[in-house]
Design a binder for this molecule. Structure first.
Ligand code: GLU
Length: 305
């Protein structure tokens, strides 16, 4: 029997999970479990770690009824694997050092040519002399992919065929830390993850991740980018939007299952627990629109727009 594939939730431990994060986690879990997959948690702690946040996030995921397989994986413990992938791309002539400052990139990326936000390749053809000069100026080099493609297409369960620009994405930041786009590709493959369910704010980055996977001879997973939870102004939910974390809700006297029920309602389900949602879960009928939420009215006024 082949190993069942795996789905995952990959939180960044930069603070407490809000109901938008919890809803994405609930969906990732339901996608994985309803298709007989394992469900893994990976803590993406290469950036912005708040002490204690990881444990609180795991506690909240368990409190809303999610379970996962095997130990939690932390990216900070996997640095040699990212370096090995970088070495492999470098050996194939597919990387170059980039000395651009953030500001230079912003200016170049908003220039009226090339895809919006894409790195225009300023440092692609630097001479050794120019590199030495930048180093002497004290600039630290990021390492970028020398992309041969300009666009790449993926297939997403909710969005169908999706094509987006592929640019010379950063593989290792100037401070030496592997970049998210590289780490996520290396980890999903290493963990046997063949189903990536996450917020649709990450959809535009997905073609470049899939392209990177193909360059590393890694399988491209199935994708499902699910709608986000937005506040009443149409912005991504944040702490200032009221009682948006599980502990905020518990402090108001609500139970984790009541929070799950509100999230389930927003997805078109009358379930009162994660297990009940899973029983009738059908990804084909998920809303494609964001859930507009008034954090303070989470349990009274949750609705599908
Ligand atoms: N760590 C990312 C986040 O919390 C998620 C990345 C992913 O799911 O690929 O937004």
């Amino acid at each position: 029997m082949p190993e069942p594939g795996a789905g995952r939730y990959a939180p960044s431990p930069s603070g407490d999970l809000h109901v938008g994060n919890l809803r994405t986690a609930l969906l990732a879990w339901a996608f994985a479990r309803s298709t007989g997959r394992r469900f893994l948690i990976r803590v993406e702690d290469l950036d912005r770690v708040r002490p204690g946040a990881e444990q609180r996030q795991l506690d909240d995921l368990a409190a809303i009824g999610l379970d996962w397989d095997g130990p939690v994986v932390r990216q900070s413990e996997r640095l040699p694997y990212y370096q090995a992938a970088i070495d492999r791309l470098t050996a194939a002539g597919l990387t170059y050092e980039c000395f651009c400052t953030r500001r230079e990139i912003q200016q170049a990326a908003t220039a009226p040519h090339g895809p919006l936000g894409a790195y225009p390749g300023t440092c692609r053809t630097l001479t050794e002399q120019a590199r030495t000069r930048f180093r002497d100026e004290g600039r630290r080099a990021a390492l970028r992919l020398r992309a041969a493609a300009t666009e790449f297409e993926i297939i997403d369960d909710l969005h169908g065929r999706y094509r987006a620009p592929v640019d010379d994405v950063v593989l290792r930041r100037g401070d030496g830390i592997p970049a998210y786009n590289l780490a996520v590709v290396v980890d999903d493959a290493a963990q046997g993850i063949d189903q990536v369910v996450r917020g649709d704010d990450l959809l535009p980055s997905t073609p470049r991740q899939a392209y990177l996977a193909t360059l590393l001879d890694l399988p491209v997973p199935h994708y499902a980018h699910v709608p986000l939870v937005l506040n009443t102004e149409g912005q991504r939910l944040a702490k200032r939007d009221g009682a948006v974390t599980l502990s905020d809700q518990l402090a108001l006297g609500n139970t984790p299952d009541q929070v799950v029920a509100a999230m389930a309602r927003s997805l078109g389900y009358a379930a009162t627990s994660s297990a009940e949602l899973l029983d009738s879960f059908d990804p084909a009928h998920l809303p494609r629109e964001p859930w507009i939420l008034d954090g303070n009215g989470l349990l009274q006024r949750s609705r599908c727009p």
